[in-house]
Structures are given as structure tokens and as C-alpha cells.
Design a protein around this ligand. Sequence first.
Ligand SMILES: Nc1nc2c(c(=O)[nH]1)N[C@H]1C(S)=C(S)[C@@H](COP(=O)(O)OP(=O)(O)OC[C@H]3O[C@@H](n4cnc5c(=O)[nH]c(N)nc54)[C@H](O)[C@@H]3O)O[C@H]1N2
Ligand SMILES: Nc1nc2c(c(=O)[nH]1)N[C@H]1C(S)=C(S)[C@@H](COP(=O)(O)OP(=O)(O)OC[C@H]3O[C@@H](n4cnc5c(=O)[nH]c(N)nc54)[C@H](O)[C@@H]3O)O[C@H]1N2
Ligand code: SF4
Ligand SMILES: [Mo]
Length: 673
Amino acid sequence: MSEHKTVVCPYCGFGCRLLVDPKTMKVKPYPGEPNRGKLCPKGLYALEFVFSRDRLRRPLKREGQKMRPISWGQAMEEISHKLLEIRELYGPDAVAFIASSKVSNEENYLLQKIARLFGTNNIDNCARLCHEASVHALKLALGTGAQTNPYEDLENFNAILIWGYNPAETHPVVMDYILKAKKKGAKVIVVDVRETRTMAFADYKLVIRPGTDIVLANAMANVIIGEELYDEEFVKARTRGFSEIRMAVRKYTPEYAEKVTGIPAGTIHEAARTFALAGSGAVMWGMGLTQHVSGVENVLAVINLALLLGYIGEKGGLYPMRGQNNVQGAAYMGALSEFLPGYVPLTDEKFRKRVASLWGVDDLPTERGLYLTELWEAIERGDVKALYIVGENPAVSEADFMRVRRALRKLDLLVVQEVFMTRTARYAHYVLPASAFCEKSGSYMNSERRIQWGHKICEPMGDSKPDWEILTMLGRALGLPGFSYSSVEEITAEYFRLFPELEERSVDELKNGEGIFLPRKRLHTWDFATPDGRARLFAVERVRPWEEPDKEFPFVLTTVRLISHYNTGEMTLRSPSLVKLMGEPRVLINEHDARKLGIRDGDWVEIETRRGRIRMRAKLGGAPEGVVVVPFHFKANRITSPALNKAGTPELKFSACRIRKLRSGRPTQGTPR
Ligand SMILES: Nc1nc2c(c(=O)[nH]1)N[C@H]1C(S)=C(S)[C@@H](COP(=O)(O)OP(=O)(O)OC[C@H]3O[C@@H](n4cnc5c(=O)[nH]c(N)nc54)[C@H](O)[C@@H]3O)O[C@H]1N2
Ligand SMILES: Nc1nc2c(c(=O)[nH]1)N[C@H]1C(S)=C(S)[C@@H](COP(=O)(O)OP(=O)(O)OC[C@H]3O[C@@H](n4cnc5c(=O)[nH]c(N)nc54)[C@H](O)[C@@H]3O)O[C@H]1N2
Ligand code: SF4
Ligand SMILES: [Mo]
């Protein structure tokens, strides 16, 4: 095994490690933590996209309709010149940066450093489309914004509540932990708008009407409080807000909840009792909660359940399961428009000044920057003139993407730093070729906040360069202080200095061990990070979706993920083994609804919202009446709702739509047959 090197899987936030033999480039699962000898197909075939013929190999510059090769030196000179000119004319906030949840901590750290030294907090990443509502809710309730416990704890809990989250498709390896817990007797409760693959393993299958989760959570709290099943000692000693929440949930009886959610009152009652009487439990959640206009409130409502029962520390944990391989790291490194590194608010003067002095300046900008999802309107208004994107594909991943594409066309300067010529890169003035994960070294942070080292396995493709090298050149070209890095380890050492918990740790330790938890393995065992050390119970009321079904658009459209597809498909579609495993993405329609509309299995249908239309083949079943389920990976965002919640996340899980049968159809380009 000694000749093998480890890398971190470039797909999901579970953070499996891969053992790679540099001679054969064969992948084996890492036997230790966190994946314990397991991988899903995406991990197993993770190296395939790296060797795709489509890889970008040279910097490119737009000339009319054509993209022509240009040298690195020339590209950097022209890009930095244009950025400085725009700053001179319109101020630093006319420039925005999008960081990447795909690239390393070091690379995200550098990009947010560039943005802030340049003078703007317009720096964000796809966490905004994902778990930012969880971060905001957790910050309000506990004072910290991340998963509280490690995966290993899952096996020791007596109950696992899985809410709006489908790990059997999206984090396959965490299923191993959940199933081990189940074997030991843990009860599994799953709440989803449809019967998912995960639900197949559940003791309680709660199929809920889309967007009514607060009503269910409040009804469960109603049972827990009404029957005095809550942990009185914990609630008294470690929380605030109990009397408010007791009052607020009084009207949310299981009978009332049945009418709103569609789940039988008896089932709600039983599930609440089972979860409460288990004595310990985890709450795991995903996009089914966060991608709603009620995202922050949804998450607060389920956090309440854990707090009422004292399911914190040794007795339980909160698991907002992170999406991308390094979305947790991007956030911790400060690639968010409202937070400095470590989720520290921009207004924390002491910390801000400390960061500034480490970077060789007096202070940093304090106004919150634009959210990723606010950029498109800001570009339309003419407030933002230049956009620098690293490893993100908003022309496909953003809600109502036609609006995004219009905005991208309007920019004076668009730079895209990528491994492929993505849908977004096609709008760029400059495309910079980045090396892929296994062609460079660096650290990544998984959902349980474990920082792991990815070792360089092979040489960069063509003339591509690691993102950190490109950003070092950019920082230097912009004349920013301190951009003299000659190795990635120098950047690791620099970010270590920002976190007191890492000050005593060494980069070598990170390279050789099973990773380092930041700030520590388990949070809030003794106290919370709120000013008074207590957690806060928030009474939340139902928030209605932005666009409810009506006569014209009578169905609810929700968008979901499939196991062999990944996000906008740029990587998975270039992996021949994964393409073989992929089925054709189809829209799931309830059988009764289909019959009424004369739609049969396999028919082409058109799904239309107020934004536009898409075509897809139908698959009957797998969706409750009135709900239409579309895989998000390709064209769903042609029609999704752009309404944002308090944390800036679009309502990707709820739009009003109509469907009709078509005589024939043709798959959209980029869609597997
Ligand atoms: N194979 C694969 N794995 C992935 C990804 C991928 O694209 N492909 N992407 C990664 C990323 S970035 C992320 S963020 C994670 C996401 O992981 P998940 O959160 O598991 O992913 P989704 O399928 O988007 O949504 C989860 C579930 O929410 C349900 N849902 C929709 N609306 C509602 C609602 O109103 N209430 C409730 N209770 N449920 C609802 C859907 O039916 C769906 O089953 O996956 C990561 N892992
Ligand atoms: N309708 C709908 N829309 C959604 C969602 C949904 O559930 N429904 N989910 C949302 C969520 S949770 C997320 S996270 C977003 C994801 O949205 P995106 O982050 O835009 O999607 P990805 O396809 O993961 O894009 C990552 C890009 O990084 C590039 N890349 C990979 N490795 C590297 C590297 O080393 N360097 C550089 N420079 N680039 C690299 C890849 O080629 C790819 O183009 O989508 C969101 N959009
Ligand atoms: S579970 Fe996630 S991290 Fe593990 S191999 Fe699959 S995609 Fe990669
Ligand atoms: Mo995500």
C-alpha cells in the first residue's frame, strides 16, 4: 500500500478518501476514517474526468465570436489591468468574485483574500444555493454554523431523523453509518415529499406536502411538549425561549398538521414519541429544507426538536449534510459575502483587524457583499461590471438561469477559471485552465469539519495550473501585498494562524494523519457559542411558498438529485463509467395525474412555469398527486423560481407548473440519452 497516495474525492461533501496508485492511476477506497473502505461509483471513477479530451489546456481570450490562445503572462496582465481600471472608474464593489466549493481551502482562502484586499466583500460560493439557510439558523440558535458531531456518533444514537435529505443518492457512504445504527436498534424516521431510496430503510415514512415542513416540526414539538417528553433539565439549564415556543406550537396539533401536511395525525404522534423516547438522536437534513423561501425557519423548526430533547453533545447532533467536497472549507476560509474566515461576522472589529494585520494592511471592508444570488440583478442594474469565477457553473446551477445568462452577456469583464469549457465559460472574455484535484496538493474540509490533505498524484494537464498558483499570479499582478507564495504549504500555514485551535498543529500532521477537526470533533457538549452560552428556541410560524399552485399552473415542481449524476454534469458527463451507469433523467409524475392528462410512461412531456418550458420524457410513479419531480442536473433551472429566502438561497424546491403531453421530443444537448 505504501506506493499509494491519498486524495479527497472531488464530488460530495461526505469527504471519502481515495487511495490512488500513481503508476496505474487505479483507485481504491481508503480503509480508515471517514469512509472505512467504502466508496460510491463517483469516487471509484473520480479520475476519469481528469483525463477527458475536453480538458482546458491553455489560457484563452475572446476575440469576437472566437476564443484564441494567449500566454499566462499576457492574460494576467490584461485581466489585472481591466480589474484595476474598473475599480478606478466605479469603485471596488463593481467587481465580484465567485469562489469554488470544488477547490482546496488554500485556494478559497486566497480568493477571498484577493477580494477583500482589492476592497470588496463581493465574494461568495455555492453554499449560497445550498446550506446557507442552515448556517443562518444554526448561528441564531447555537451561535455556530456547522455540523455539530462527527459521523462516527451516528452509530451510537437510538434514533435518526432524516429530513428533506436523500443520502442513499446524495451521500451514499453515510448510509453505511445509518444502517449500522439501525442494526443496533436505532429507529429511522424519514420526511420527504416522495418515497425516496432512503425512505426504503425507514421505520417511519413521512411523505409530506411540499413546503409544509414547519407545520410538521411544530406538531412534533406540540406532542413532545404536551406529553412532557422534553428534557426539562436541559431546557432549563441550557436554552432560552421555552415559554414562547410552548405557546406557539399549541395550535399545531397533529390533527391540524394532518390537514396541512397530508401525514396522518396518528403517524405524526407516533414518530414524535418514538424520536423523543429514544433517549438520544440525530437530526440530518438537506436541500428539502433549505431551498425554500422558508429555508431559515424550516431549519430553526427542526433544530427546536433536538434542543427540546437535549439531543446535543453525547446525546445527539445536528447534521446539515454538506453538499460539495469543499463547501465546508470554502465557508471556513471566508469565501462568503457576510463572513470572514471562521464564520466571524465582518463587524467583529478585533478579529477583522487581526486578519488585516496578518495580510499587511490596516483594515478590511466591513459592508456585507452581494450574495451570489443577488449578483445577476446587480449586473443588470449596472452596479457590477466585472465578475471573476473560479469553478462554478451559474449558467446552469442558478434558479431561472436565462436571467443569469443575460447578465453574463452584459459584463465588461468575465473571467472563468475552470477545468472545462462549461456553459458559463462560453460567456467569458478570458478562460483560465485550472489543474484538477489530483494534479495539485491542498487541504479540504468535509461535512463533519475534518480537514484532510489531498496529495498531488500526477502532472497538470497541458499548460493548466493549480488554482492557487493562478491566484498567486493574480494577487501579484494586482499589486496586493503578500502574494509571494511558492508552495501550497505556505498558504496552509497562513490559514492555520487564523484559528487558535490550529496554532499548535502542523501541516505535516495534516498530511500524514487521518485529518484534523476544526475547531474540534464535537461542538456544544458543555455550552453554546451564544453570548450567554445558552441555545435559543425560536417559535416559527409557517411561511408560504413564493409561488403557490393555481388554476393556470396547478402542479408543484420540485427538483432533486440522482446518484450517478452530479450537479451541472460537467464532471460526471465526462466520466465514461458514470455515463454508462446514468439512466436518462426523467420527470416523475403521479400515475393518477398522468392518467388525467393522458400521459403514459415514456411519453414526452412539456413542463412549463412562469419562467419558461422544458421537455423531458415522463416516468410514472415516484411522485405524490399534484407534485412533479425533475432531476436538477441539466435544464431544470430554465424554469425554477428565483425567490430568495433570508439567507439568499432560491426556492429551488418549489415552483408552480403545468404539464402537457407532447407528440415527440428530442433530448436537450448535454443530456445523456
Ligand atoms: N449523486 C449526487 N450526490 C450529490 C450531489 C449530486 O448532484 N449528485 N450534489 C451534492 C450537493 S451540492 C448537495 S447540496 C447534496 C444535496 O443532497 P440532498 O439534500 O439529499 O439532495 P436533493 O435531492 O436536492 O434534495 C433532498 C430531498 O428533498 C426532498 N424535498 C423536496 N422538497 C421538499 C420539501 O418541501 N420538504 C421535504 N421534507 N423534502 C423535500 C426531495 O424529494 C429530495 O429527496 O448532495 C451532494 N451529493
Ligand atoms: N434546480 C436546482 N438547482 C440547484 C440545486 C437544486 O437542488 N435544484 N442545488 C444547488 C446546489 S445545492 C448547488 S451546491 C449548486 C451547484 O452548482 P455549481 O457549483 O455551479 O455546480 P458544479 O457542477 O458542481 O460546478 C462546479 C464546477 O467546478 C469545476 N471544477 C472542478 N474541479 C475544479 C478545480 O479543481 N478547479 C476549478 N477552477 N474548477 C473546478 C467543474 O468543472 C464545474 O464546472 O447547484 C444549485 N442549483
Ligand atoms: S460518497 Fe461522496 S465522497 Fe464518497 S465516494 Fe461518493 S461522491 Fe465521493
Ligand atoms: Mo450543494
